[in-house]
Design a protein around this ligand. Structure first.
Ligand SMILES: [Mg+2]
Length: 430
């Protein structure tokens, strides 16, 4: 009784561990390799929630039977958690493992019938093989678990562990640990990229961009570390550091005699806005540095509206009332909801660089850029294109009436000291 799951009659987690430990204690030969195949059912929670636990239990029994019927007498199937099953596949090779995994996946293309109703569930499978992927059991287990999670997040049905998956995981873990100390170790820095008005050719603003150099790992790009910071809940403090540092910088520029009436743009993540005192904390920084919200533009991506749009819109509206302007970043790449666009009073729409980079060579990208530009103008917003790298791109954007641009064609992001000289040297020539 202590070794079996009462619902499905399959071995339980304790029995599975005992069996796997037994196998991992042998000296490896060509014949005794085994794979751990982790399988997690997709949409099981939804089934439970909509049709009740009895229906869920019925589905688990059917799944257990279905999986069992596909295994050979050498294989060992256990139910290790709610909707998690695991197979120990003996006399395994990587090929026999993936053939078996494919069979398990295919068995889910038929519906699971409960009380006369068809339920379509999916399955996410990850595998790793002893001793190829790890000599000790715990690393084989964690690697097949890692492969299963990769299958889940990448919407693949089956992922077989490989070294690059392990490298990716280790690197993310290292980055998240090092990043959590980056502020206190003084490793973060800001650079400022000019924004140019396409009609007057004036410098109308700068976007503050985050840079991170870690002594051992070197320069790590924001496209890599910002998603990791978001995933590991580090964006609130890093984002606050960006606001604080930008404001201190504006203060310093002012002391140095730089009287600039454009806005400095700061990127804000959803984690920051969700914090209960984001508004108060941000305004306190500005007050401390004697900066008016009218000097700041907050760049937010459309994806911030996915989770709790009403709450986020309320915070954004409060910030707008205080004098900040809001730019919608990366427009067109994610979740573009026109109804929300209408509800919050953004001032600027930013066309993502992925459309801009091919705007003179790809007609589809050209149509997208033109449509976003027209949409922005029809809604009363200013439109800026980022990632402008050639004169042809700039000319095209001018021809469709786009308001502003930023990108390497005009200037790379500049360290704070170079901002003043950039303005003095370039205003007349742009
Ligand atoms: Mg941005």
């Amino acid at each position: 009784m202590t070794q079996f799951d009462s619902l499905t009659g399959l071995p339980n987690r304790a029995f599975f561990i005992e069996e796997a430990e037994f196998l991992a204690n042998f000296n490896p030969t060509d014949e005794n390799h085994f794979s751990i195949i982790f399988a997690d059912i997709d949409r099981f929670k939804e089934l439970n929630n909509t049709h009740g636990h009895l229906c869920g239990d019925g589905a688990l029994k059917t799944v257990a039977k279905r999986l069992s019927s596909l295994l050979s007498s050498n294989d060992f199937l256990a139910r290790v958690d709610g909707d998690e099953f695991v197979v120990i596949h003996r006399n395994a090779t990587k090929t026999s493992t993936s053939l078996l995994a494919d069979k398990l996946v295919k068995s889910f293309s038929d519906p699971i019938v409960i009380e006369g109703r068809d339920n379509y569930l999916g399955i996410s499978i990850g595998s790793s093989t002893w001793p190829i992927d790890g000599r000790d059991l715990s690393s084989v287990l964690s690697r097949s678990d890692l492969a299963m999670h990769k299958a889940k997040v990448s919407h693949q049905s089956y992922v077989c562990y490989n070294k690059s998956l392990g490298y990716e995981y280790d690197r993310e873990k290292t980055i998240s640990i090092k990043l959590s100390q980056a502020i206190e170790k003084n490793q973060l820095a800001l650079v400022y990229q000019p924004k140019i008005d396409l009609v007057s050719h004036d410098i109308v603003g700068f976007e503050a961009l985050l840079r991170w150099t870690e002594p051992e790992m070197g320069f790590i790009g924001p496209a890599e570390f910002i998603p990791i910071a978001e995933k590991h809940g580090l964006m609130t403090e890093i984002g606050h550091w960006v606001i604080l540092t930008t404001c201190k910088q504006i203060n310093q520029w002012r002391t140095a005699g730089f009287d600039f009436d454009g806005r400095i743009a700061i990127n804000i993540s959803v984690q920051q806005i969700e914090q209960p005192y984001f508004y108060e904390r941000t305004l306190a920084v500005l007050k401390n540095e004697r900066i008016s919200p009218a000097q700041i533009e907050l760049e937010v991506t459309e994806s911030i509206l996915i989770k709790d749009p009403e709450k986020i819109i309320a915070v954004l509206s409060r910030l707008i009332r205080a004098g900040f302007s809001i730019a919608i970043d990366d427009f067109g790449t994610g979740y573009s909801s026109f109804s929300y666009l209408k509800k919050f009073q953004a001032s600027v729409l930013k066309i993502d660089r992925s459309f801009v980079s091919n705007v003179t060579t790809n007609l589809l990208d050209q149509s997208i850029v033109q449509s976003i530009n027209d949409l922005g103008h029809n809604l009363g917003l200013k439109v800026i294109a980022e990632g402008v790298e050639t004169i042809e791109q700039s000319d095209y954007l001018t021809s469709i009436g786009c308001d502003m641009v930023q990108g390497f064609y005009y200037s790379k992001p500049l360290v704070a000291d170079k901002v003043l000289s950039f303005i003095t040297n370039n205003t007349d020539q742009l």
